[in-house]
Each structure stands twice: as structure tokens, then as C-alpha cells.
Design a protein around this ligand. Structure first.
Ligand SMILES: CCCCCCC[C@H](O)CC(=O)SCCNC(=O)CCNC(=O)[C@H](O)C(C)(C)COP(=O)([O-])OP(=O)([O-])OC[C@H]1O[C@@H](n2cnc3c(N)ncnc32)[C@H](O)[C@@H]1OP(=O)([O-])[O-]
Length: 720
């Protein structure tokens, strides 16, 4: 996991633990061994620590947190050993020196980095803090102010910025065109040169733990705490990290370290840390699908997008940003022009905000080819239709594409609810048809539900999953059912919210509970923002708006929602919906007209309104959601519980610190949820959402956790 060699009397310890050189136990042992060899060897005058391959360590090995290995030869002790070594140690950074990686660098006496590298302390995103001295050394090196900002936000910074802040001693200029090998060679060369230059220098002032921290006023901590509470609402780690940073200014290093370790100990075992670390791995597991070999994907080098509306132009941006040429098609010149303008405005905005350069923006725009002619798609590798959400319209678009595109072209349909098999049946290549459900705005939202139809081939799935990654999305493969995973689960969740209105709650009551749970907004606020007509459109497609077409054995809860649309209360866009809005504002106020309508409907539908507790609101909305998630798993529509969690966190704002609905279910206890579902079902037998999932029932009665059960099941499957 590490290698040792000497070059010109400098000992070089190379960390070799691909892909990210995480500081696993074997790496820590290797560093200790290297330090010991270098210290004992009289011919060695200085030491360089460098990461092999593409990066300096991206942190401690997160998988060692759960199995306890992190406590054997723990990282803080290794860093102490590095810092107290009597020979100068130069740390050479390339790639991403994150978390424990940066903490190792802070323990070294000198730090140089490639201009392409990034450094950061992202531990708060994992529910912990930089627990190997980062909260004590960084403030000593760059001051409390800058350190607190980096540690509490968890955001990485570019090497050039790190140099300006005083984290680095020098930069090694590497152009974007140079290979990783050249970067490594140049960096090592520069590190050895520096090591030889400082070999006889005193280490006085080079051991960061011995530096003094300039105290800052309490006002600074109060202001930062306020900002954290707003930006990272509901997250414990950033505020706890701030306490540790404050300790660096209050106590000598040793005592500060004790505070850091005490706080780390508490965070380590917290439910938030477990949830956030679950999300970290779940996000990386979405590409691992039983029976799908991702290597079978074909490269996608040329793309077509049909529909230059908000969705289509957003989709196109994703590709041209990555240098993949796009033909953007619309039927009318006016719509095409509008789409192109939206794309140009997007890039202009990025240049204005300093997020890209004019040169790069122009280069991206150069990849866009607007057209009114489907024939221009004859040679694309993949085409995504983003036309109106209507089965017949989408079928006719795909039929046309099938006639025009080359036989290998993959045809993607961007739909949020429609049946992929039916759409694919309009073509002669159902194996090359797949759903790509982008979330709006498509150039911002990272989630992509890729929907496999019954005939979609492994090659098509692998190609689309790979290209989704290339355009920086988080792709999740899902099965073909109404609403797929995200929207399918949204229906019972949303139904409960509406049922609560019938029984006695108001929109602001429900929204407050969901906001307090950690969602960025409640369901009614979300509906106002998206447009209440979208829900009506879906209910119409389901054929449930007309009372004569409804199943008499199923409770209908959307009368008020339907009436709001009749009253043209579409939401923010019409300045009134479930709430009323001042012109141009997205902050809604409860509206008497809506509250009266809700009361009137309750009465007309035979409900005696009652006070409903926050607990009941939370349980009913979330347990209905979770029950549907279990049904998606038992039907094979979702492949892993973690996939559902990722969909709900990235697509619907489920609070990450709760780990997603399926992780949360395990945390609450499946028996408790199952029993509550039975109880709510008894009181409301006409709501099918309360029919418990068989899988939930089975796990609740056997006392098993979903995560463990599913991991075992997948292992057994892969051993078959
Ligand atoms: C006494 C107690 C002592 C405790 C001391 C605490 C010390 C410290 O403060 C805590 C930390 O450092 S916390 C850490 C702070 N650091 C962070 O939070 C940084 C976390 N990492 C990242 O942000 C991204 O991985 C990178 C940007 C580095 C690379 O992005 P990319 O190029 O898109 O690559 P990718 O797809 O993302 O990952 C590739 C593979 O590597 C895997 N893996 C990655 N990091 C890992 C890790 N630290 N570990 C293990 N595994 C890690 C990843 O799962 C995946 O595995 P798979 O089997 O192939 O699926």
C-alpha cells in the first residue's frame, strides 16, 4: 500500500492504494514504516510523501469507520509522528487531497501542489469533522476565519486558492493537457528539489501544531453559526466542527486535540454520520447492477435532442458542456430560437458569475446545432425526445426517429410516468429504447432515472448509464412502472398530505411538519412551485378526476387540488395556488379563500374536521412513502434500497442527514412502521397505500433490517 525508495538521498514514500489512495490501515502502517526507515538511514537527508497514480489521499478510508479499523494505528497518531520527525518532510499533492489526506499534508513541514489539484476537508458531508488534527492545525496555519469556512462548509478549493490562503509553500504549474504521469513526474521532481534545498534548515516554525492562533471575537462564531444553521439546516456536524475550531483558539494544541477527538467520538456514532456515509456509498453503488456489465456500453459521441423547450434545452446543455455535439430539433423556428436563446443565456450567466470563461462558454456553444429537420439526426448515437408528456405524441416521435436514425442509435424518451414498453412498441428496435427521466431544471438537477423496458438490452442500459455519468449526473436504473420510482412513491405521500386536508389540517400545517423533518419545502409549497396543473394533468391521465370513472372502493383526496386549478390557482406562476404570493415572490402566505374551500370540501365529503398532531402528519406522509418504496423493491422495480434513497435525496429533497426513506425506515424500526401502517389502514380502509408491502411485513415480523437483508440477497444472487 506504500512503496519506499531513495532519490538523491531523499526518501520517497509513495502511497499506493488505488483508486483514491484512501488512508487505510495498511497505508498508515506503510507510512510509519517509511518514516522509521528514513529516520534510521543516515544517508537520507529529507523525506517526500506523495500519492501514486492520479491522486494524493482523498481521505481516511470511510469503510473503516463502520468496521472499527480506523481506531488501529489511528491517523492522528501517524500525523503526529510525521510532524515530529527530525528530518524535513515535503508533501507533494496532486489530484484531490481531501480530509485525512489534507490532514497528513498539514502534518508535513512543507507542502507543494500541482496547479491542477484540489484540497479540502469535506468530513462534515459525512457527518463527522476533520478528526486527525485538521480542526487544530488548519486554524494555526491560515487563521480561524478561513479555516472555519473551509471546515464548516466542507467545500474543496483549487490549489491556486489554497496557495493564496497560505496552505501551500509552492505550486507546480501543470497544464490541463499534460498527462497524470507527467504531472506526477514534475511534482516529484519539484518535491525532491525543495527537499534538498531545505535539508539543513531548522524545523522551527515548520511544525504547524506549534504555531499560535490569533483569537477572533465571539461575534464571528455567532455569525458563522447563524450562516451554518441556514445553509446546512438540520446538520449537526458543521456546528460541532465550529466548536472544535473555536477550541483551537482557546486552548494549547494538545488540549485542542482532546476537544476535537471528544467531538469526533460523539459525531462518529451519530445517526446523521451513519446516514450520510450510507449516501456516500449508495451514490457510488448505483452503477453496480446485478446482471449488467457496464463495460458493454457503447461510446456516445453525437447526440440529438427533440424539443427546445425548458426541458430539451436543459438536456442539451448537459452534453455540450462536456464537448458532446448536439443537434437540437424543434418543429417551429420560434420555439427553436427561444431554446437556443435560453442556452446562450445560461452560458452568459455562467461567464458573468465567473463560473466559466468566455472562451469555454463559446466552445460549448459551438457544439450546439439547432435544426428544424429530423433528417439531421440520421447519424447521432443517441437521441432524447423531450416533447409533451403524452403517450401518443411520444409514440409518433419515436416511430419517426426509428425511420430516420441509423440502426444502432439509442432512442431515449424523457418521461416521468409513461409506459416505456408502449412507447418502444412504436419502433422496430425496442431493445434500443430506454426512458431517461431528467429532473427539472435538467441542467441543474443531478438525478437521472433511467428506465429499462422489458426489451431494453444490456448494451443500451450500459451505454445510457455510462453517458449519464459522463454528463455528471447520478444515474439510477429503475423498472418500468407508472411513475417509475420517484413519482410512484410521490403519489401515496402526496395523497396522504391531501387526505390530511380533508380530515382537519391546512396546507401550512402539513408543510411545516415536512419542513421541520428536513425537506427544503413542504408538499403544497412544492406543488405551487412546480405548477398545480401538472398534478391535475397526471390525475386526468389516470382517469380519476371524473367521479364517474373513479374506483368506488378507493378514497379520492384531490377535490380541493382539482378545484384550485378550476380557479386558475396554478401556484407561483399565477401568484396564487395553495398559498398566495406577492408579485415576483416565491414565499407563500396562507390564503383564507383556500382554507375556506378546504373546510367546505371536508364538510361536503362527510368529514368532521379534527386537530391533527404533527406526529400523525409526519407518520402518515412518510410511512405511506416508505411502504411504496418497499413495494418497488419487492416487485423488482428498484434494484437496491440505496437506489431509492438516492432518488429521493437528489430528486425530491429528502434530508440527506436522514439517509433517504429506506435508510430512515431501518433507523425508525420496520416493526414500528408496519404496525402504524396497519393502524392507519384500519382507520382508512379505502386507501390502498395502507395495504402493507409483503416485504415490509416479512422483515417486520422477522426483526431484520432492510439494508442487511438486501446486501445478503444481492450477495447470494451474485454467487449463483
Ligand atoms: C480515531 C479516529 C480516527 C479518524 C480520523 C478521521 C480522519 C479524517 O478526518 C476523516 C476523513 O478523511 S473522511 C474522508 C474525507 N474524504 C472525502 O470525503 C472524500 C471522498 N471522496 C470523494 O469525494 C471522491 O471519491 C473523489 C473526489 C476523491 C474522487 O471522485 P471520483 O473520481 O468520481 O471517484 P469515486 O467514484 O467517488 O470513488 C472511486 C472509488 O473510491 C471509493 N472512495 C472514494 N473516497 C473514499 C474514501 N475516502 N474512503 C473509502 N473509499 C473511497 C469510492 O467508494 C469508489 O469505490 P468503488 O468501489 O469504485 O465504487
Amino acid at each position: 500500500m506504500t512503496s519506499y525508495k531513495t532519490i538523491k538521498d531523499v526518501a520517497v514514500i509513495t502511497i499506493e492504494n488505488p483508486p483514491v489512495n484512501a488512508l487505510s490501515l495498511a497505508v498508515r502502517e506503510g507510512i510509519l514504516d517509511g518514516l522509521s526507515r528514513a529516520s534510521k538511514d543516515d544517508t537520507v537527508c529529507a523525506i517526500v510523501i506523495i500519492g501514486g497514480g492520479r491522486t494524493f489521499p482523498a481521505g481516511a478510508d470511510i469503510s473503516e469507520f463502520a468496521n472499527g479499523k480506523a481506531f488501529t494505528k489511528p491517523l492522528p497518531q501517524i500525523i503526529e509522528k510525521i510532524e515530529s520527525t527530525q528530518k524535513p518532510i515535503v508533501c507533494a499533492i496532486h489530484g484531490t487531497a481531501f480530509g485525512g489526506g489534507l490532514e497528513v499534508a498539514l502534518g508535513c513541514h512543507y507542502r507543494i501542489a500541482s496547479t491542477r489539484s484540489k484540497v479540502g476537508l469535506p468530513e462534515v458531508n459525512l457527518g463527522i469533522l476533520p478528526g486527525a488534527g485538521g480542526t487544530q492545525r488548519l486554524p494555526r496555519l491560515i487563521g480561524v476565519w478561513l479555516a472555519a469556512e473551509m471546515i464548516c462548509s466542507g467545500k474543496p478549493i483549487e490549489a491556486v486558492d489554497a496557495d493564496a490562503k497560505g496552505i501551500l509553500d509552492d505550486l507546480v504549474e501543470i497544464s490541463s493537457l499534460e498527462s497524470v504521469q507527467t504531472e506526477y513526474d514534475k511534482l516529484l521532481d519539484a518535491a525532491i528539489t525543495l527537499a534538498l534545498r531545505v535539508k539543513n534548515h531548522s524545523l522551527e516554525g515548520k511544525r504547524v501544531s506549534q504555531l499560535k492562533v490569533e483569537p477572533v471575537s465571539d461575534f464571528f462564531y455567532e455569525q458563522l453559526a447563524l450562516q451554518i444553521s441556514k445553509n446546512a439546516r438540520g446538520m449537526n456536524a458543521p456546528l460541532q466542527a465550529l466548536k472544535a475550531v473555536k477550541a483551537s483558539a482557546m486552548f494549547p494544541f494538545k488540549e485542542g486535540m482532546q476537544r476535537e477527538q471528544q467531538i469526533l467520538g460523539r459525531l462518529f456514532v451519530s445517526s446523521q454520520a451513519k446516514a450520510l456515509q450510507h449516501i456516500f456509498f449508495a451514490e457510488r453503488q448505483t452503477m453496480k447492477i446485478p446482471g449488467i456489465d457496464m463495460k458493454k456500453g457503447v461510446p456516445i459521441k453525437f447526440v440529438g435532442v427533440i424539443g427546445a423547450g425548458m426541458m430539451g434545452s436543459g438536456i442539451a446543455i448537459n452534453f455540450i458542456k462536456k464537448g458532446i455535439p448536439v443537434v437540437l430539433i424543434d418543429a417551429e423556428q420560434e420555439f427553436l430560437d427561444r431554446g437556443v436563446k435560453a442556452i446562450e443565456d445560461y452560458f452568459k450567466g455562467r461567464v458573468k458569475k465567473g463560473k466559466t470563461t468566455r472562451f469555454l462558454a463559446d466552445r460549448s456553444l459551438g457544439y450546439l446545432r439547432p435544426s428544424l429537420h429530423y433528417e439531421d439526426l440520421s447519424n447521432v448515437d443517441l437521441v432524447i425526445e423531450a416533447v409533451f408528456e403524452n403517450l401518443d405524441v411520444k409514440k409518433s416521435v419515436l416511430k419517426h426517429l426509428d425511420e430516420i436514425c441509423k440502426p444502432q442509435t439509442i432512442l431515449c424518451t424523457n418521461t416521468s410516468t409513461l409506459d416505456i414498453d408502449q412507447i418502444a412498441s412504436a419502433t422496430n428496435r425496442p431493445d434500443r429504447v430506454i426512458g431517461t427521466h431528467f429532473f427539472s431544471p435538467a441542467n441543474v438537477m443531478r438525478l437521472m432515472e433511467n428506465v429499462a423496458g422489458s426489451k431494453t438490452s444490456e448494451r443500451t442500459i450500459a451505454s445510457v448509464m455510462q453517458i449519464s455519468k459522463t454528463i455528471s449526473k447520478i444515474p439510477v436504473l429503475v423498472g418500468n412502472c407508472f411513475g417509475f420510482i420517484g413519482n410512484r412513491m410521490l403519489f401515496p405521500y402526496n395523497n396522504q398530505a391531501n387526505a390530511l386536508l380533508q380530515e382537519g389540517a391546512f396546507p401550512h400545517d402539513v408543510d411545516k411538519v415536512l419542513y421541520d423533518f428536513g425537506f427544503p419545502m413542504g408538499l403544497f409549497q412544492m406543488s405551487d412551485l412546480a405548477g398545480n396543473d401538472i398534478g391535475l394533468h397526471i390525475r386526468k391521465a389516470q382517469g380519476i378526476v371524473d367521479p364517474s370513472q373513479r374506483d368506488p372502493n378507493e378514497r379520492y383526496v384531490s377535490t380541493t387540488a382539482d378545484k384550485l386549478c378550476e380557479m386558475k390557482r396554478f401556484g407561483v406562476k399565477s401568484s396564487k395556488g395553495w398559498y398566495s404570493y406577492a408579485k415576483g415572490s416565491r414565499k407563500g402566505r396562507p390564503d383564507k379563500e383556500v382554507m375556506d374551500l378546504i373546510v367546505e370540501n371536508s364538510k361536503a365529503e362527510g368529514f368532521v374536521r379534527r386537530n391533527i398532531s404533527a406526529k400523525e402528519i409526519e407518520e402518515r406522509c412518510l410511512y405511506a412513502l416508505i411502504n411504496e418504496g418497499f413495494k418497488c423493491l419487492e416487485e423488482g422495480m428498484a434494484y437496491k434500497p440505496g437506489d431509492i434513497d438516492i432518488i429521493w435525496i437528489y430528486g425530491y429533497g429528502f434530508p440527506p442527514q436522514k439517509g433517504g426513506p429506506m435508510h430512515y425506515a431501518d433507523a425508525v424500526g420496520l416493526k414500528k412502521i408496519y404496525d402504524s401502517i396497519l393502524q392507519y389502514g384500519k382507520a382508512d380502509p379505502k386507501t390502498s397505500a395502507w395495504k402493507p408491502s409483503k416485504l415490509l411485513e416479512q422483515l417486520a415480523s422477522s426483526g431484520k433490517k432492510l439494508a442487511k437483508y438486501w446486501t445478503k440477497k444481492l450477495k447470494a444472487q451474485s454467487n449463483l
